[in-house]
Design a protein around this ligand. Sequence first.
Ligand SMILES: [Zn+2]
Length: 135
Amino acid sequence: MNDIKNLKPEKVKEDLKDKSKEDMDLNIPAIPEAPKKKDRITLDSPGLTTDLLCKIKKLEQKNIKVVLVNCERCREVIPVPIPKNSIKKSELPVVPISFVHKNPKRKDLHCITLHLDHDFDIRRQRISDVILDLE
Ligand SMILES: [Zn+2]
């Protein structure tokens, strides 16, 4: 960072020009790193109920990582146990995992598909209806 300050303004300009020209020649669009959600729910988030913390403790194991997910269908935060190996052994940088959730009150099955990176951060989540093959 300090180096740039020491350069003469003309030099900086030149560098920028060269850089953009190079990029254009290669025709490679810059791929911005997918931003991580800043408002993700963590164990430190305020407002976690004792009940929820109990559930997390129960689910947590050596090979299980519990992530907190906001189930939009139930409008509640639920703990989802993720087998650590399914993320660690995946060749994908962001791994899709589906969790079937049943709301005891409404009895409707729905599936939350999470896209988790290797830090177990949720990059994306989608809720879908579940249809069971009962044949
Ligand atoms: Zn739910």
